[in-house]
Unconditional design. Sequence first.
Length: 232
Amino acid sequence: METLGGIIVFAALACFALGIVNLIKPQAWMKIKKRRYGLLMMVGSFFAIGWGGSMLPPVPEGSSVQAAVDQPVPKTPVRDGVSQEEFDVIWTNVKNHMARCDDPLTAAGTALESGDVYTAYGPTKSAAEACEAAWLDMGKIRVPKSAKGDAKTALKDALDTCNTAIYLKREALKQLQTVLDGDVRPSVMEDTKDKLERGGGLSTKCTFDFLAAATQSRLIMPELQEAFDQAK
């Protein structure tokens, strides 16, 4: 019974994480088109966590876990992160740079669906150039000097994730140009597919990492708050 409870709690936490992603931006690969379904996923995961948690054994009296729970709540430490305004500026710039790459990439994907290499080459070349420009500009974003310690590390990690996502898409699009030129070796095709998939995965992680950075600085993620408001 305890094992089942642990599995349910783990699955519910995963569902909660996916709910956040879909609340921010519905994921087409999950066949979700409306943000409110992301909210429903999050709400459902709360019930599942409670259900699974009820199957787990209670914490024994006198244990280290119970002792930690019984400790008085410490005073809120002095914030070592950026201000809400600073965070909003960084996140807005990151979103804009990501969109500068993703929008042409989507257009290139639509052109590729035609099956005509001549039709697809122009949009693919334009998308590669757009992603390269966005990647270069993304690299110019700096973590504010006001960020210290873990807050600084969280923001830097988030920026690195988003930067890598654009870089991989740019590299995939450049390789795709060679494919359209006739280089259809299996190794090139597989590497291009791998870069696109990893770039897409890191794009999702980019949002998660910025959410973690906001939490580290005890700030509100504007995108997430807006999504909650619209889903109500």
